[in-house]
Design a protein around this ligand. Structure first.
Ligand SMILES: NC(=O)c1ccc[n+]([C@@H]2O[C@H](COP(=O)([O-])OP(=O)(O)OC[C@H]3O[C@@H](n4cnc5c(N)ncnc54)[C@H](OP(=O)(O)O)[C@@H]3O)[C@@H](O)[C@H]2O)c1
Length: 346
C-alpha cells in the first residue's frame, strides 16, 4: 500500500516524526508492505509547501533546522493557510502536530474536521480535538470509513488508548487513575529532594520539559485535558476540560513534600476519572499516595495510568524517558494501524 501524508506542524514532534519516517522506511516496506510519501507540510511561521510527487523530507528538516522557510519546496500556485493546504494537497492521511490550546482545542479541531470532510484519515498528537470534539470527529470518521487515531495524546507513544480500545473488551472501566503531566511530576520529585519550587521549575524548563509559560502545566490544565481524553474515549463520558475538578501544584512546598515522605507517602498530581452511576466524574489534584501504590513509584518525567475494571481488577502501564521521538512513535503506530485497516474495528 502507498500512503500520501500531509504533516501539519513541523516542530519538535513533527520533525521527530519526519526523522522516524525516514529511519523506518525499510521496516514499513518489508514488514507492512507500506510506503509513505509526504506531499504537504504546514507550519505557523516557517511556511507551507505542497508537492504532489512527494516532498524531500530530509531537505525540509535541513531548511527548518537552519531557521529557513519551507516555501522553497512548494510546487504550483501559492498556498497561504493551513485549511487550504488540507483541502488542496493530494493526500490519504493528515498527521496533525500543531499547537495545543487547552481552553478551546482550536484551531486543531477545525483542521481535523476539515481533513475528515475532505476524505483524509487523521492521526493527531494534539489533545485539543479529542478533548473538545471526540464524539463529533469519531462519528464523522466512522461515517466516511476513515481512521481518526490519537495514541500520542496521552502518555506519548505508550499504547494506552489502544490497550483500552483493543485489549479491554466487554469490560466496564470503573476508574482510571494517572500521573499524566511530566512538568508537575518532575517538580514534585525535586521538592522531595529539597529543591525549592522556583528552582525546580527552572530545572524543568532547562531540560525542555516545561514551557517558558508553565501555567498550563502548573495549574493542572494539561492534566485535565488528558483525563478528559481517557474518560471520553474509554469510559463513554462526554466531559470538557472545564468540567474537571482541578487544583494545581503551586501551593505545594518542600516541607509538604518531605513531611509526606516521612509518613511513607508522596505528593502526586493525581488525575482521576470515576464512574458514578450513569455519570463519570473527573478530577486533577495533588494528593498523598502511599509508597505501595504503583503510581507513587513514578518519579521525574515518567508517567503512568491504572485502570480498574470489572474484569481486570487493576492494570497499570508505566512509561519512562519520554521525548518527542516517543510521541512521534505513537503517531507512526497509528499510521500503520490505519494502513492495515484497524480503524474499521473502532
Ligand atoms: N512535545 C511532546 O513530546 C508532545 C507529547 C505529546 C503530545 N504533544 C502534542 O503535539 C503537538 C506538537 O507539539 P510540539 O512539541 O511539536 O510543539 P512545537 O515544537 O511548538 O511545534 C508546533 C508546530 O505547529 C506549528 N503550528 C502552530 N500553529 C499552526 C497552524 N495554525 N498551522 C500549521 N502549523 C502550525 C508550528 O509552526 P512554527 O514552527 O512555524 O511555529 C510548529 O511547527 C502539540 O499539540 C502537543 O501538545 C507533544
Amino acid at each position: 500500500m502507498h500512503m500520501r501524508a500531509v504533516m501539519l506542524g513541523f516542530g519538535h514532534v513533527g520533525r521527530a516524526l519526519a526523522r522516524l519516517l525516514l529511519r523506518k522506511a525499510e521496516v514499513l516496506r518489508t514488514d507492512y508492505d507500506l510506503t509513505v510519501t509526504v506531499t504537504g507540510l504546514a507550519t505557523h511561521s516557517h511556511g507551507l509547501a505542497i508537492n504532489p510527487e512527494g516532498l524531500d523530507l530530509a531537505g525540509a528538516l535541513a531548511l527548518v533546522e537552519r531557521g529557513e522557510r519551507l516555501d522553497a519546496l512548494h510546487v504550483g500556485s501559492p498556498v497561504t493557510d493551513t485549511l487550504s493546504l488540507i483541502e488542496r494537497c493530494p493526500a490519504d492521511l493528515v498527521l496533525e502536530a500543531t499547537w495545543l490550546n487547552p481552553h478551546t482545542g482550536q484551531p486543531a479541531t477545525d483542521y481535523v474536521r476539515a481533513a475528515l470532510q475532505a476524505g483524509r484519515h487523521v492521526v493527531t498528537a494534539n489533545k485539543g480535538p479529542v478533548a473538545f470534539a471526540y464524539r463529533e470527529l469519531q462519528a464523522l470518521a466512522a461515517e466516511r470509513g476513515l481512521g481518526f487515531f490519537f495514541e500520542s495524546t496521552v502518555m506519548d507513544g505508550a499504547p494506552v488508548l489502544s490497550v483500552g480500545r483493543e485489549g479491554l473488551l466487554a469490560t466496564t472501566i470503573q476508574r482510571i487513575r494517572g500521573i499524566l503531566n511530566s512538568t508537575t511530576n518532575f517538580i514534585l520529585t525535586r521538592l522531595e529532594e529539597g529543591t525549592p519550587f522556583a528552582e525546580a521549575l527552572a530545572e524543568a524548563q532547562a531540560i525542555g520539559v516545561a514551557e517558558a509559560d508553565p501555567t498550563t502545566d502548573l495549574e493542572g490544565w494539561d492534566a485535565a485535558v488528558k483525563i478528559v481524553v481517557l474518560a471520553n474515549v474509554l469510559m463513554g463520558a462526554d466531559l470538557r476540560p472545564a468540567d474537571v475538578e482541578r487544583t494545581g501544584i503551586t501551593g505545594v512546598t518542600v516541607a509538604d513534600a518531605q513531611q509526606a515522605i516521612q509518613a511513607g507517602e508522596r505528593i502526586k498530581l493525581l488525575c482521576e476519572a470515576v464512574r458514578d452511576g450513569a455519570q463519570v466524574r473527573a478530577s486533577v489534584r495533588p494528593v498523598r499516595l502511599p509508597f505501595a501504590d504503583p503510581l507513587c513509584q513514578v518519579s521525574r518525567t515518567s508517567s503512568a495510568v491504572t485502570f480498574q475494571t470489572d474484569t481486570l481488577h487493576e492494570l497499570t502501564i508505566v512509561e519512562g524517558d519520554t521525548d518527542p521521538t516517543t510521541t512521534a512513535y505513537g503517531m507512526l503506530v497509528d499510521l500503520i494501524n490505519i494502513a492495515r485497516g484497524r480503524h474499521r474495528l473502532a
